[in-house]
Design a protein around this ligand. Structure first.
Ligand code: M6R
Length: 366
């Protein structure tokens, strides 16, 4: 049932190209110029009537929501807030009939996410669910459901469900942009072309898994490490850090690179591993200056960069390159080496990769 892989997690990491293809599936029309999201039944008038969007989820699904926030804001120019469900439901969020609430849950059974959905509906909001389980509680109670076709995810650490959630957000962002006319046809076309290339680009990354394995074996003896990045790279840094903590039990922190000097830089000492994500070219110069700050204090830096980015290559100790894509789509690639890093670090330390201590696959208690 593990299809020749040693663990479900590794199998699920390798299933991502298929999960991307299946989640995009017939949602991109034959011309390749439009997204067709029939399961979102909002009329154009109802879409015009959306004043703001709340994205609510837990854990990894929340991290997908952070990417979703940037994607929707950039493509559809609607203000978006992303919240952790256990905070959202108790903070009296300002929800009106002009608020669209998007809940994200792989299982569709997470107690806090379900409670947030119910609170949003009670306040009169329209709710879209992004879920991997057809017929789950969240799917049954939401107004519209975008199913991620990742297939069953067995490992406690979420991988293909997260990346399929990203694909769902790209499709939704494009759908909203098409309706609202917030992007030129060329931008929509270019983003769709980028989406269609992602599966083979993930395969390219997986072909270099051994480089990450070697690095994972080096960091496995460390007690602490840091992930840094700006913008979308920061959202992915949070996910990479969660994955590593969850299955390798190595302590790590994810920091918005520009925030380092407001406190965390004090923790950087000789030899500490720092993983710097630098896939957003418009922020590159700033990120490189943050890399110099940690290097000056003795950090050993692995850069995650776009292919052929020599500027970053010069600033770090090691580089892992990902294929080039549209800037908005990089999270669907840059997270893959971080998933592999968590997997191989856990393996090197002899932990139970698929069933980490203290955790359950589906959190149905509050
Ligand atoms: O089923 P859900 O997507 O609602 O689950 C949410 C979180 O419990 C889940 O993503 C958790 O953070 C993962 N184990 C992380 O890998």
């Amino acid at each position: 049932e593990k299809a020749g892989f040693d663990h479900f997690m590794l199998k699920e990491i390798h299933e991502q190209p298929k999960a991307y293809r299946d989640t995009m599936g017939s949602r991109i029309d034959a011309s390749g110029e439009r997204v067709v999201l029939n399961e979102v039944k909002l009329t154009p008038e109802q879409i015009w009537d959306i004043h703001n969007i709340h994205i609510v989820a837990c854990g990894t699904a929340y991290h997908a929501g952070l990417v979703g926030k940037s994607v929707i804001e950039q493509l559809a120019r609607i203000p978006v807030e992303a919240d952790v469900a256990s905070e959202y439901r108790y903070r009296s969020p300002i929800i009106t009939k002009h608020t669209l609430v998007i809940v994200v849950s792989q299982s569709g059974e997470t107690a806090d996410t379900l409670a947030a959905l119910r609170e949003a509906k009670r306040c009169g909001a329209r709710v879209i669910a992004i879920t991997n389980v057809v017929g789950s509680s969240v799917a049954r109670e939401a107004d519209d459901v975008i199913v991620t076709w990742a297939g069953p995810e067995i490992a406690v650490a979420s991988t293909k469900a997260y990346t399929s959630q990203l694909i769902a957000f790209y499709l939704l962002g494009l759908h909203l942009a098409q309706t609202l006319g917030t992007q030129d046809a060329a931008v929509i076309r270019e983003t769709i072309e980028g989406l269609k290339k992602l599966p083979e680009q993930v395969e390219e990354i997986l072909n270099h898994a051994d480089d990450i394995k070697q690095y994972a074996e080096q960091i496995a003896s460390h007690k602490d490490l840091f992930f840094i990045g700006r913008g979308l790279d920061y959202a992915v840094a949070l996910e990479g850090s969660l994955k590593l903590k969850e299955i390798s039990y190595i302590h790590s922190e994810a920091y918005a690179a520009g925030e380092l000097k407001h406190g965390t830089l004090a923790l950087i000492e000789d030899g500490i591993p720092v993983i710097a994500l630098a896939t957003q070219e418009q922020l590159l110069e700033k990120t490189v200056s943050n890399i110099k700050e940690v290097k000056a204090r003795g950090a050993h830096v692995l850069g995650i960069a776009l292919e052929g980015n020599h500027e970053l290559g010069k600033a770090v100790d090691l580089v892992f390159e990902i294929p080039r894509t549209v800037p908005l789509l990089t999270p669907a690639l840059s997270v893959v080496p971080l998933q592999l890093l968590a997997y191989y670090a856990s393996l090197a330390l002899g932990h139970d990769v698929d069933k980490p201590r203290n955790l359950a696959k589906s959190v149905t208690v509050e």
